[in-house]
Design a protein around this ligand. Sequence first.
Ligand SMILES: Nc1ncnc2c1ncn2[C@@H]1O[C@H](COP(=O)(O)OP(=O)(O)OP(=O)(O)O)[C@@H](O)[C@H]1O
Length: 678
Amino acid sequence: MADDEEDISIGRIPELYKPPALLPIAQLRDQLLYAIETHPVTIVVGETGSGKTTQIPKFLFQAGWCNKGQQIAVTQPRRIAATSVAARVAEELNTQLGQQVGYSIRFEDVTSANTQVKFVTDGLLLREMLVDPLLKRYSVVMVDEAHERSLSSDILLGLLKKVLRKREDLRIVVSSATLEAERFLEYFNPDAEEKVFGKTREEYGRIIGIEGRTFPVEVQYLLEPTNNYVETAVDAVMSVHENEGEGDILVFLTGREEIDDAIDLLGDRIADLPSTSQRLMPLPLYAGLPTEDQNLVFRKSPPNTRKVIFSTNIAEASITIDGIVFVLDSGYVKLRNYDARLGIENLNVVPVSKASATQRAGRAGRTRPGKCFRLYTETAFERLEEATFPEIQRSNLAPVVLQLLNLGITNVVRFDYLSPPPSSLITRALDLLYSLGALDANARLTKPLGARMAELPLEPMLSKALLQAANPEFGCLSEMLSIAAMMTLQGNAFVSHDGNKKQLDNARRKFAVEEGDHLTLYNVYEAFVKSGIQNVQWCHQNHLNHKNMVKAVSVRKQLAAYLDRFGVKENALTSSSSGVLRVGGLPLAERVRRCLTTGFFAHAARMKSDGSFTTVDGKTTLWAHPSSVFFHRKADWVIYTEILSTRDKIYIRDLSTVSMDWLTEYAPEYYKVKEGRR
Ligand SMILES: Nc1ncnc2c1ncn2[C@@H]1O[C@H](COP(=O)(O)OP(=O)(O)OP(=O)(O)O)[C@@H](O)[C@H]1O
């Protein structure tokens, strides 16, 4: 063991940090390493903050699991966890991030030839399997937060189970909340009569429990339920600020709009505070926020200031924000729910599970004792579900099915899922992929289209449109690359200054074109590049988020590199932004919209006289998002590339006008053969 290395890291840790040697997991170090050495699968169960995420990779590294040139992979369901935990472990091991310890998430790779411990999102490791199906570069794969049952981690577990049958040397560590541990063990274990590499059921997997937590967290509930948890959260922040001791506050809400509202409300309340009292510093935290802005939450509060972080569930697991003493939990979360019949993915606000509530409370008590105020009654807590419903049973499975097929799993229905998805979801995915041309009539991946779609790190509809863009019929690859890169910003290209929505609308309008949002996004991208990529001032004047725009440039480069590898080169002829260049007699703007239709035909809608839209089957009403060109303008048929649902309306964002004929031209199977159904 490298005790001396551990001492060095303790020496560097600022005084408020609990030295890693004192974390509950430290006492189990040898037992854990022995279990991992002798069993292919080790399930680790422990309280939040006991040290699973940061210490297990470190123990493994120090025990020599990277000595033979292999790496340790640790998966996280969320990007922010992968990046922040990697930074922490690098710090504890006294190495620069990206050297021995690094991370890799979609479109961002901070690793080097020296990297031995790598934190990744579970989705990214799935992608790695396309090039390294047996994950040979890893000696150990740790699947963290497996009990969250994210779509990618469930699929990953299924694939790891298969890989384990082929690699005697591989070790899997699954970190889980208590409830699911037995189930994970059972899933990996061989059958009663079976032996895998000479090991029986009993010798194959083990559960190790870690007792104790870092610091105590006192939990309190509301005595009466509230019907406005955003207002109650702001009241609670003020009450903590006025009545409790030192320490930052972390508030869990469900989405960006609520977070903006809460910050506005708190702003009004702060204005009433006496100028002599300690300041409150509200900070937002949600997935669409640029990484640099997300990282602000990890910075130490300035003197005489209390941070108040308003976050979605992205801060719920794995991460440690030093200084958090108080957690305020609204008790709600936005969860994905896919309607296979309509092909629409909704985000519904629903009560959290008990497991989530425990994770949320566990964001306090990590570097000092804490308090968690649940903004609901104890009776309501008792009524919560134990665990969150697995994502695989409520998601659009097209991306996953495409990946499984590309990995050679030909029968996706019979894949050994931890929780099998309903067959309607698989059928719908196969149906869509077939219409997109990714599958043939025997449900085999087409080559090259299907295989390339699986490789691109985009969802299948966008992959298809991008891959079609080089086709001479459309000749708009350069434009589609910019549009695709802008789409990955998920509506976060523009920012308001001090919440001024009117100014923001005017700024947007400057780039808007009547054909719709995609060409508008293209205009924004072109104008940004022309202004000079470093031009922060220009972005500010135009209400654009400079960091996100820079990110779009980087994403575009990476996408172009993928296409380049497929032998698809960006064609100089088509990179005109004038909109008048003609290939095959059609103007560029039309070719771009036709090209988008080849991917997004399933997301078609028609505007009604009241300005709302209706789906092709006429059964669902959709509304243009306020950021869309068609929030004010008239249109007939459109395709949309993103859906956002709130409690009372389903919004569509990023719309382009299309002709109804294009739908049957590019998706005859989807629209003609099954006419009765759609
Ligand atoms: N960035 C950090 N700053 C200060 N202390 C930290 C940091 N990261 C981790 N720690 C300390 O290490 C402890 C263990 O963190 P770790 O993330 O390994 O726990 P865990 O068991 O994986 O928790 P969870 O189940 O909540 O993900 C924390 O409780 C905290 O005391």
